[in-house]
Design a protein around this ligand. Sequence first.
Ligand code: DX5
Ligand code: ZN
Length: 227
Amino acid sequence: MYPIRIAPSIIAADFGYLRADLARAEQAGADMLHIDIMDGHFVPNITFGPAIVATIKSLTKLPLDVHLMISRPRKFITAFAEAGASNITFHVECEDAHLNVTIAEIHSFGCTAGLSIKPKTPLSAVGDYLNQISRLLIMTVEPGFGGQKFMPAMLEKVKEAVALREAKKYKFDIEVDGGLDKYTIWPSVQAGAEVIVAGTAIFGQPDAEQAIREMREAAATALGRPL
Ligand code: DX5
Ligand code: ZN
């Protein structure tokens, strides 16, 4: 339904050379940048806030796919939207009530809204919201850190989401995040994932351009068609 898109995750970028790393990703044909926001509460790690997102926005033309791993996302929608997010994804496991209100607030800034589920959360948890979102992010590692091992069992949820989207004519695209590389992208796109987040497999490599090219080639081969 949607084209395969590669979303380098700047969690693995070299922040001392952020401008250069962002340029590398752009030249390498990245489709968007994935930005992981962690609050040290929802996940056991802290990354960055709206000011860094605004800086990134000033350094790239790529759309910013902001992934909020924070307990109270609603408080921060305005800040991340104003910082330049194109899409804001938050977790169904967050502590806010009335997630439909958060989704509407994201839309009020002209951003698309996404919902994410952690590995132990079933797809049914987001069932009430699938008609309201543009992106479903299925975590393929426990959120919190880059460089973890891909969990192949999560692809069952991807397949389930594809079937449900088809049956109900929903419009969201399906994103996978965590442990994606030129090998794990194979079963992921075959299962139906369309947005592929990769940190270590892109920014952790000496040649980001080659890494993105290899991931695209792997996806094309896995699907048996050009992307
Ligand atoms: C995990 C983050 C990811 C992940 C990507 O909490 O959401 O975006 O770190 O990094 P790699 O590709 O290194 O797993
Ligand atoms: Zn992420």
